[in-house]
Design a protein around this ligand. Sequence first.
Ligand SMILES: O=C(O)C1=C[C@@H](OP(=O)(O)O)[C@@H](O)[C@H](O)C1
Ligand SMILES: C=C(OP(=O)(O)O)C(=O)O
Length: 409
Amino acid sequence: MVEVPGSKSVTNRALVLAALADAPSYLRRPLHSRDTLLMANGLRAMGVVIEEQSSGAHPDWYVIPAALRGDARVDVGNAGTVMRFLPPVATLAEGPVHFDGDPRSRQRPLGPLIEALRALGARVDDTAGALPLTVHGTGSLTGGTVTLDASSSSQLVSGLLLSGPRFNLGVEVRHDGPPLPSLPHIAMTVQMLRQAGAQVDDVTENLWRVSPGALLGQDLVIEPDLSNAAPFLAAALVTGGRVTIRDWPERTAQPGDALRDLFGRMGGECELREDGLTLRGTGQVHGIDADLHDVGELTPVVAAVAALADSPSRLRGIAHLRRHETDRLAALAKEINGLGGDVTDTGDGLVIRPKPLHGGVFATYDDHRLVMAAAVIGLVVPGVEIENVTTVGKTLPEFPELWTRMLGG
Ligand SMILES: O=C(O)C1=C[C@@H](OP(=O)(O)O)[C@@H](O)[C@H](O)C1
Ligand SMILES: C=C(OP(=O)(O)O)C(=O)O
């Protein structure tokens, strides 16, 4: 039985919604990791009070909203959620809010959000459409209608929607461009906004309307992070073992729920029961042809399993992963090939032809999900060394302990 801590995506949305609410909120079992502490600290820098209410590795948070203020500095680290969700919040602060982060954060897509905020009435000083930037908050934002191309990241849309209820006119966001990735994450945004009392119209494809209005203080239990469950489920699949992920939700907007189907097609047997999701490896690991456009963050671990399969795989629809924590397509191809694999980066995804692998150092490029992918390969291939394991702390600091415990160590 593995207890995976709370979802990064749910925790960081819950923090933003709680900060913008008109009464305090309790967040139960939130994720405490680099990305969520950066979010909490960014909101604290703008005046929000976030208190720890219990002990342990993932204490509850009590969030007390406040009139948001500058002059503030927000370190976004390399957290996509922080760099896309907080600039819209900063338009509601009184005074300037400066944003910057890790060198990689300056290369990640932000331009369409900056332009959108300007179109909605904000003053933003940016650096060629990217970080570092300063939002000159005035305590309120006009809001209204805006069109942007968010094909580089769904978070550009989620960021505008999350603060939308607090804009004077609300917000109407239209996506115009190639297909949006990670649609379940936008559905998660809409669902959590509604749960917080916001009125959201999402009936038309690529169009969202959030009405102006107050957000409620809430008492929220954060679901386990299903994407972070991926390496544990993969471990059972590639070793012919068995693992249960505790408290797997019956219904969820998290993309990680797709693992039941993906790993089922790759040879695992999944059973969802009240106590959690159990995956039983059958001893067989099959290749897969899968469009991961909606669930891109699952790619590294799925690719690791695919490298150990009995037939080739094609992972498609994931060109946008080039601008994630690292260029994930290039990194996966290089590192798996470095162990003797045969992976081709197709531009739109990966073709993985399984070959006998050998040991070696697996570089992780400051990408938590590459650590997880390497750990899965290392279960089957002797002598795989993972470079900089601690980078997994972006979303799961206790990964090494959970992994060792699962293996009975
Ligand atoms: O909104 C979110 O919580 C996320 C959206 C996705 O981003 P992209 O749309 O940039 O892929 C996903 O990959 C990321 O891990 C989390
Ligand atoms: C893409 C990811 O993170 P971020 O929120 O920084 O975009 C991820 O966690 O796989």
